[in-house]
Design a protein around this ligand. Structure first.
Ligand code: PBG
Length: 327
C-alpha cells in the first residue's frame, strides 16, 4: 500500500488542467430550471422585496425576460401564477383561460422550444392560502384531488410541456396521470414534489406569490424536516403512481435526503433551491459578506454532488452568465 510520502493527494490539485481532469461533479446550464412568477394584469414588472433580482411579470410584459432566458441557454422555466381573484376553492387556478394558460401561450409564441413546466397547487389561488380545499378547518385531501387534476389539464391544454404538483396531497400523481392520459396528453411528464418539507425557507416565496396561509400552517400535509425514511416512502408512492421525475425540496438543508433518494431509486431527481436559500445568499452578498459567485456555484455543486439531476434555482440567469464567461 502506498502511503505518504509516496502518496500525495495534492499532486492532482497542482494545476487547473489537472483539477479539471479529475473533477467529479459539474454544474451545467442544461440541468437548471428557472422559476417565473406570473401576475394577472397588464404591463407589470415588479421586483419582489424579499428576493432581489426576481420579478413578477404580467403575461404581456414577459417577452424580454423570455428572450433573455433563451439567449442564456436556460432550458426551461417553472411557472407560478398570481391571480387577480382568489376564492375558497381556488377557482382561478383551474380556469382554462387563467393566468398560467395565458402565460404559456405567450411564452410558446416567443420561444417554442423553451420547456415550460407549471406548478400545480391551489395555494396561490385560494383565499385562505392553503394548498387544498378546507373542510372542518382541515385541508381535505380527497376533495382537493379533482381540482388538481383539472388544473394540470388546463395547463397541458394551454401547451405546458410538464406539470409539477407541489400540494403534497396523497394520491394526486395518479389522478393527474389518469386525467392527462384520458385527454390524450400521454406525452406530458409529471415532475412531482415528492419529498416536500414544511420549511421556513419558503418565506420569501410566500411574499412573492402572496400564498402565505391565512390561518394555521402546513404541518398536516408537508413533511416534518426531521424525517428521511418518510421521504423515501413519499418518493416510492409517487413513483408507484406514475411520477416521471421526483423532487426533493428544499435542497440545501436536505442534501442527505437527495442522497438517500439517489441511492434508493433510479428515477431522475430534481432539487428545488428555494427562495429562502436564494435570499440568504443575496442579502449576504449585498452586504459584502459572501462572494456571491463562489457561494452560488458551491451550493449548486453540492446539490448536484448529492445526486440531483435537475436543479430549480432563482440563480439560473446569473449562473448562465458565469458559465459562459469561463469559455
Ligand atoms: C406551493 C409552493 C411553494 C413553493 C413552491 N411551490 C410554497 C409553499 O409550499 O409554501 C416554494 C418555493 C420557494 O420557496 O422558492 N405551491
Amino acid at each position: 500500500m502506498v502511503s505518504f510520502p509516496q502518496l500525495r493527494l495534492r499532486r492532482l490539485r497542482r494545476t487547473e488542467v489537472l483539477r479539471n481532469l479529475v473533477r467529479e461533479t459539474e454544474v451545467r446550464i442544461e440541468n437548471l430550471i428557472y422559476p417565473l412568477f406570473i401576475e394577472e394584469g397588464r404591463n407589470i414588472k415588479r421586483e419582489i422585496d424579499a428576493m432581489p433580482g426576481i420579478y413578477r411579470f404580467s403575461p404581456d410584459a414577459l417577452a424580454e425576460e423570455i428572450k433573455e432566458v433563451t439567449r442564456l441557454g436556460i432550458p426551461g422555466v417553472l411557472l407560478f401564477g398570481i391571480p387577480a381573484h382568489k376564492d375558497e376553492k381556488g377557482s382561478s387556478g383551474i380556469d382554462p383561460e387563467g393566468i398560467i394558460s395565458q402565460a404559456i401561450k405567450t411564452i410558446k409564441d416567443i420561444a417554442p422550444k423553451l420547456l415550460v413546466i407549471t406548478d400545480v397547487c391551489l395555494c396561490e389561488y385560494t383565499s385562505h392560502g392553503h394548498c387544498g380545499v378546507i373542510r372542518n378547518d382541515c385541508v381535505d385531501n380527497d376533495q382537493t384531488l379533482p381540482l388538481l387534476a383539472k388544473m394540470a389539464l388546463a395547463h397541458a391544454a394551454a401547451g405546458a410541456d410538464m406539470v409539477a404538483p407541489s400540494d403534497m396531497m396523497d394520491g394526486r400523481v395518479r389522478v393527474i396521470r389518469d386525467a392527462l392520459d384520458d385527454k390524450g396528453f400521454t406525452e406530458i411528464p409529471i415532475m412531482s414534489y415528492a419529498a416536500k418539507y414544511n420549511s421556513a425557507f419558503y418565506g420569501p416565496f410566500r411574499e412573492a406569490a402572496g400564498s402565505a396561509p391565512q390561518f394555521g400552517n402546513r404541518h398536516s400535509y408537508q413533511m416534518d424536516p426531521a424525517n428521511v425514511r418518510e421521504a423515501l416512502r413519499e418518493v416510492e408512492q409517487d413513483i408507484a403512481e406514475g411520477a416521471d421525475i421526483v423532487m426533493v425540496k428544499p435542497a440545501l438543508a436536505y442534501l442527505d435526503v437527495i442522497r438517500s433518494v439517489r441511492d434508493t431509486f433510479t428515477h431522475p431527481i430534481a432539487a428545488y433551491n428555494v427562495s429562502g436559500e436564494y435570499s440568504m445568499v443575496k442579502s449576504a452578498a449585498q452586504q459584502g459578506w459572501l462572494d456571491e459567485r463562489r457561494t452560488v456555484m458551491e451550493i449548486l455543486t453540492s446539490i448536484r454532488r448529492a445526486g440531483a439531476d435537475i436543479v430549480i434555482t432563482y440563480h439560473a440567469k446569473e449562473v448562465a452568465g458565469w458559465l459562459s464567461e469561463k469559455e
